[in-house]
Design a protein around this ligand. Structure first.
Ligand code: G6P
Length: 614
């Protein structure tokens, strides 16, 4: 969603801000803007609908000088994406410029009050209301911008990450956050502010993560000043940034998504490193070590997540129930948070999130905590909000995921959940030791088998060429391959804009079968051994109705292969591990179809990488 970059220092701010915005493009946006304070104390604001490259074109031959500035990519919430609604927004006097991520829920009430006092608004945004509220506090209470921001934020409900600059103060940046993330980079005689660490990588490795309801003032030549909005001074906690430049660049691939798909042998290995000990036949998960007994004694495990992370959760639920015999429910965080769920203090809630910033998942965690449950996190982004508000957790260590459509984060999440499931079985003895050894040994081979799957996926390009004009597709699978079907369909929808449905294969008879004709591609994930004959029957049902059959099968398969128009083979593995392999060709299929259709793979329309508003 929206992205923030701000700079103050000795260098020219504009190139730093533009490069920072480019690194934030992956979050998804529809307009971009920048405000710069030049040597003559002029506050120049440039903003436009479209991409950061459009903003660059717009600023050609304009004054882009200045050593201090704020820049923004906007993902429209209040008001359509256009030049006027784009950020930064100026206060009535034109002295203050503000950029904002999040939503001010009570902005209409504040707007009315300000209008009654003569304020006139140019845009439909909540952000323009906020900058004027801050200026109003400054004027009426005769305080500086830092103090006015702190006071004004006591009057707003909702989520925000904001950055402000002010005429007459070329050495000072103000920022604050609640809900939406924000990080400050500390360089030598310079500061960077951003909505995630990617714009800061390579600039400095010293960072401070701003906590909820904190306001910060960075002034050249002075120590950073941090306060809560209740006026309590905080000592900034400076940390070492864990990202490097290589991990946020494309490394020779045409798109981030393709790079991330091909990284999976490495990322899944990284997820398991130091945790899966194939030689000893054991698993250690240091992050949740202190909570093992709680999990084993849990009345229910409840997994909360959104999007692809929810699909990983569904795979996890099959594994934990099967291996450890503990009941698991999987909930959409957005539903869970509003339906007053029954949660007991002896329940364990596991929140799964790549970004660690998804607003609905964060809200679900709050509810679980209020009801006394233990909350664990499975996050990819180190230091993210979810990783900080949960009692404990396991990082996926997949490295930064830039493509909006999640790929390597999914396999990493499934790898973590698989380790949790086996480890719980190790602890509660639900499976014999010999089976646990077998599972651990096989899991250790998965990165190699992902590599083999990638090498065997050349056929996927042919299938993509065949499917590129279709309007619909159905993905079918049973048991742990049902979430694979959901994930395959989601990938296709997200990046190629083809309507696709994932279904449990047997449910096909209760509806989707009505859609099948010669133009309908049906993708079967047919790797299960226990339900193989059942899937064969489903394939026959589609064939009888002339549907086009594309199947993902285990190497050596005969029956499904014979009936299919196209076959993708994956290496043989433990049935329950199939999601770690079968998902890969489906990611590639969506990718190649999107490329053939000329879609913007890494930044699909209307989607955001990190959904920080509900
Ligand atoms: C967005 C992203 C998806 C992601 C979902 C949940 O919709 O585009 O790729 O699966 O959010 O995000 P999270 O960061 O919580 O896993």
């Amino acid at each position: 969603m929206c992205g923030i970059v701000a700079y103050i220092g000795k260098r020219d701010a504009y190139p730093i801000l533009i490069n920072g915005l480019k690194r934030l493009e992956y979050r998804g946006y529809d307009s971009a803007g920048v405000a710069l304070l030049n040597e003559n104390d002029e506050l120049n604001v440039y903003k436009t609908k479209g991409k950061v490259s459009d903003l660059e074109k717009f600023t050609i031959a304009k004054d882009i000088s200045g050593h201090i500035g704020i820049a923004h990519t906007r993902w429209a919430t209040h008001g359509e994406p256009n030049d006027i609604n784009a950020h930064p927004h100026l206060s009535r006097s034109g002295n203050i410029a503000l950029i904002h991520n999040g939503i001010i829920e009570n902005y209409l009430t504040i707007k009315k009050e300000l209008e009654n006092r003569g304020y006139v608004f140019k845009s439909s945004t909540d952000t323009e209301v906020l900058v004027n509220l801050i200026e109003d506090v400054m004027l009426t209470q005769k305080v500086d911008l830092f103090e006015a921001t702190r006071i004004a934020l006591n009057h707003v409900n909702g989520a925000y990450a904001i950055a402000l600059i002010e005429k007459g103060h070329p050495d000072t940046l103000i920022a604050a956050r609640k809900g939406s993330p924000m990080v400050i980079g500390i360089g030598k005689d310079e500061y960077f502010i951003a909505s995630d660490a990617t714009p800061i990588v390579g600039m400095t490795s010293q960072v401070v993560y701003i906590e909820n309801e904190e306001v910060v003032k960075v002034k050249l030549g002075e120590e950073m000043k941090l306060k809560t909005i209740d006026d309590v001074e905080i000592t900034p906690y400076i940390q070492e940034l864990q990202l490097n430049l290589e991990s946020i660049e494309k490394g020779g691939f045409e798109h981030f998504m393709l790079k991330e798909i091909y990284e999976q042998p490495t990322t899944v290995r990284d997820t398991m490193r130091g945790r899966l000990h194939a030689d000893l036949g054991t698993i250690t998960l240091g992050g949740i070590f202190d909570y093992e007994q709680k999990i084993l004694n849990a009345r229910n495990i409840i997994i909360v997540a959104c999007g692809t992370s929810w699909h990983a959760g569904l795979v996890g639920s099959y594994l934990i129930e099967l291996y450890a015999g503990i009941r698991v429910k999987v909930e959409y965080a957005s539903e869970f948070r509003y339906r007053n769920p029954v949660i007991f203090p002896d329940d364990v809630v596991i929140a799964i999130s790549q970004s660690g910033e998804t607003a609905d998942t964060l809200a679900a965690i709050e509810i679980a905590k209020e009801k006394g449950a233990t909350v664990l996190g499975i996050c990819n982004v180190i230091g993210s909000s979810i990783s900080r508000v949960t009692d404990a957790g396991v990082y996926t260590h997949a490295g930064p995921e830039i493509g909006v459509a999640s790929t390597k984060a999914f396999t990493a999440q499934v790898a973590v959940l698989t380790m949790i499931a086996i480890h719980l079985a190790e602890l509660n003895g639900h499976l014999p030791k010999s089976k646990i050894m077998e599972l651990i040994h096989e899991l250790d081979l998965i990165p190699e088998k992902i590599q083999t799957t990638l090498e065997r996926s050349a056929i996927v390009k042919d299938i993509a060429a065949e499917m590129k004009e279709c309007h619909n597709a159905i993905y079918l699978g049973r048991l742990q391959n049902f979430p694979v079907a959901l994930e395959g369909a989601l990938k296709l929808k997200e990046i190629s804009y083809i309507h696709a449905e994932g279904y449990p294969a047997a449910e096909m008879k209760h509806g989707p079968i009505a859609l099948i004709d010669k133009d309908m591609p049906v993708i079967f994930i047919a790797t299960n051994k226990s339900t193989y004959e059942k899937v064969v029957s489903n394939v026959q049902e589609v064939k009888a109705r002339h549907g086009k059959i594309i199947s993902v099968v285990t190497e050596g398969d005969v029956l499904v292969k014979e009936m299919s128009d196209y076959v993708i083979e994956i290496p043989d593995t433990e049935c329950t591990y199939a999601p770690l392999l079968a998902t890969i060709p489906l990611q590639l299929l969506a990718y190649y179809i999107a490329v053939l259709r000329g879609c913007n793979v890494d930044q699909p329309r209307n989607l955001a990488k990190s959904v920080t508003v509900e």
